[in-house]
Write a protein that binds this ligand. Structure first.
Ligand SMILES: NC(=O)c1ccc[n+]([C@@H]2O[C@H](COP(=O)([O-])OP(=O)(O)OC[C@H]3O[C@@H](n4cnc5c(N)ncnc54)[C@H](OP(=O)(O)O)[C@@H]3O)[C@@H](O)[C@H]2O)c1
Length: 344
């Protein structure tokens, strides 16, 4: 075990906007017997991190170290840890105690960067059971994008009715979750339809191999277009990140007995789930909350087997982390926005 620094740098939310984030000094304790110390190399941002920084995230504990998603290298191992060693490349899971099975109150209480302090810092101590090995083909920047966005897309598509080759998947927008959903679906032999506000962003999707693209600004009735693309049948799975303002159309775009995975609410609005459509078309609406360590390991096997590289739009330095927040908020990105915490 190398010598650990006694003080580290970490960001703290201070107030109610990303511009108020402060880079501060904190102390680092040695890992407890069941923990490892991870030197964080990269952090990726989520839409959730914007909500936390704006003071609009319901579960947040007040001023805290933000962000849930990181990748790094183990630099110290607690006395009882057998499975990991110094030098291993790892990611902590989004909710540290969600090792397997269903989401519970207890697992939710361990969600990084919201319910407990997060990862926008140079080092972190985490339980050894909370981490997964980074696939060899991924850099730290790429791996930092996996814990929330990628795992949410994976656990949606590989949930109770797993995706089959030849299925149709509809992903709304070209943000982090939807771009991973498109990649995972394509790698699994599905047909993918992506909607976006921007033709330029859809060009990125086309280059990824996405077969069908709909500009939802130019085609406001995109649900009808989805029906046409699928020969009137509708899609098997919807990656629903829009929320109330898109759920009605998502419900009309999904096939009878299809699945609408309710993931986010970037489009705003107040409409509810269309109950009559749900009943008559036997649609399953499934609320989603990221995934477990076990699902993370399953996903990493798929990423490695199909050589999937996350789509990273831009990388910011640790010192310019606030600019990364501003960039994410502008919604100019496709895929993920990353903060490099340390090069070596
Ligand atoms: N439940 C969970 O476990 C979980 C996990 C991760 C994320 N989330 C949630 O999922 C949502 C997406 O997260 P993210 O990290 O992927 O966000 P993100 O990277 O910020 O992406 C947001 C994208 O949504 C698209 N969008 C915005 N308004 C839209 C509209 N009216 N219709 C369709 N698309 C629209 C935009 O793409 P275009 O510019 O291409 O239109 C935008 O870039 C957020 O609400 C987040 O909180 C939930």
């Amino acid at each position: 075990m190398g010598k650990l620094p006694q003080t580290i740098r970490e960001y703290k939310t201070r107030g109610d906007k990303p511009q108020n984030l402060r880079l501060e000094q904190a102390s680092l304790s040695p890992p407890r017997a069941s923990e490892v110390t991870v030197k964080i190399r990269a952090v990726s941002l989520q839409y959730r991190d914007l909500l936390v920084a704006h003071g609009r995230y319901a579960g947040a504990i007040g001023d805290l170290v933000p962000c849930s998603d990181c990748a790094g290298e183990i630099v110290a191992v607690g006395a009882d840890v057998k499975r990991w060693k110094v030098g291993d490349r790892v990611c902590p899971n989004f909710a540290l105690d969600h090792v397997c099975g269903d989401v519970t109150e207890e697992t939710k209480a361990t969600a990084l960067g919201g319910n407990i302090d997060g990862v926008l810092r140079e080092y972190i101590n985490v339980p050894a059971y909370s981490i997964v090995r980074i696939p060899d083909h991924l850099s730290y920047e790429e791996a930092s994008t996996l814990p929330c966005a990628a795992l949410t897309a994976y656990s949606a598509l590989m949930g109770p009715r797993p995706l089959k080759g030849g299925d149709y998947v509809l992903a709304l927008g070209t943000g982090g979750v939807s771009t991973f959903a498109a990649q995972i679906a394509l790698a699994s032999g599905a047909n993918v339809i992506v909607t976006s506000s921007s033709d330029e962003k859809m060009e990125v999707a086309r280059k990824m191999g996405v077969q069908h693209r709909i500009n939802y600004e130019k085609t406001p009735n995109w649900d009808e277009e989805v029906r046409k693309i699928t020969g009137g049948r509708g899609v098997d799975h919807v990656i629903e990140v829009g929320g109330p303002n898109t759920i009605q159309k998502s419900s009309r775009a999904v096939k009878d007995s299809g699945w609408v995975h309710i993931i986010g609410f970037v489009a705003g609005g107040e409409q509810g789930i269309p109950v009559e459509t749900a009943v008559w078309n036997a649609i399953t609406f499934r609320g989603m909350l990221v995934g477990s360590v076990m699902q993370f390991e399953d996903m990493n096997r798929l990423l490695a087997a199909r050589n999937i590289h996350p789509v990273i739009d831009k990388v910011f330095t640790f010192e310019h982390a606030i600019n990364a927040y501003t960039y994410l908020e502008s919604q100019k990105h496709v895929g993920k926005v990353v903060i490099q915490v340390s090069k070596d």
